[in-house]
Design a protein. Sequence first.
Length: 421
Amino acid sequence: MTLATVAPRASLDGVSLDALTARLGTPLYVYSASAIRERIRSLQAALHGMDALICFAVKANSNRGVLGFMHEHGVGADIVSAGELWRALQAGIPAERIVFSGVGKSASEMDEALAAGILRFNVESHDELLTLQRVARARGTVARAAVRINPDVDALTHAKISTGKAENKFGVSIDEARRWFASRHELSHVQLDGLHVHIGSQVLSLGPFREALQRVAAFWRELVAQGHPIHSIDAGGGLGVCYREGHDQPVDAADYIAIVREALAGFEGRLLLEPGRYLVGEAGVLLTRVIRTKHGDQRNFLVLDAAMNDLARPALYDAWHDIVPVAENTHPMTTYDIVGPVCETGDTFARNRALPTCAPGDLLMIRTAGAYGASMASTYNSRPLAAEVMVDAGRYAVVRQRQRFEDMVAGEQPAKHWETA
Ligand code: LLP
């Protein structure tokens, strides 16, 4: 069920969007607490009876308010950097609910994560495994680790967010992982007892998940038969959401978990999941006002006060986001190129999009912006980061103040003190 069917456009969780933007300005990210809660609950319900932990992929929305909300609902974190570790810990997420993924963990990041006592590392290369062994030994501790398997499965998603093919930089082949386990006893400071797989993001069909999990499950059975205990299997993230109403058909969480249960039948260890987009994507919208309309020789442009620096997905992946007026608008339809003020042709949210004719000042909603929206924002063109707000049961809480110019340039300074390195 998409947001459109649960919430009228003019308000979200009982908060008037017009009143909210009158107070807080635009562009403005708004996250519906009830929608996030509903997603967490649907996943938790599907996992009923299993020893499972949901670790929210922090990269999808790293706002501390959102992370704190995850923590309140028993959700841990999947991190990919020391910065994300810091955010997760600051938000109150206990280290024992944090897993660390990514191909480029540095030795110092590993050390910080070990010091914090995180649950486990998802290891993606042999060099990383040896580095983890060295760092853990120096610290006098044992790192818990899982091998990230690259199952060579096509996730049937956008090439830039597909991660499970052999040609991708992520994970290692089952053949290589087999060699790691065979020499597992040489690792005095790494406890290699887990498997991890993540084939890509915005996956809209169950087939690729099934295929990847079946490969991992066959490998887990092989390892156990050889006497290697496997204490956790991390099925990654990737569940897609609806960006285009009437077009995208996300898989149901319960059906997805049924596939996991089926593939891992008999597994008695802990199941980890790393959803990002599924938990927050549809819960978030980006509110923006029309600055002006422009009638070019060939096209009508709708120029918004939001731009590619606020929401990079359309510019980066040609991603579709539904865009709708917030107030009822019964004007005849016009076909627009919907653009931002940034000085790049790529700063386009939509091309040839039909909307009821808009006028300067109209409030629009860019939908499904809760994941990889604010977390990928920049200040390009010296546009301060947008404010972010959570809404719940008729009230709102600002979780990020609109950035001031002073904050935007914090740390920059004139080249006055010249030193030699
Ligand atoms: N686990 C790992 C190891 C990941 O690399 C990712 C996402 C996730 C979990 C969460 O995936 P999700 O459940 O959100 O699909 N910026 C892109 C998406 C990049 C995803 C990167 N990895 C976008 O805007 O579509």
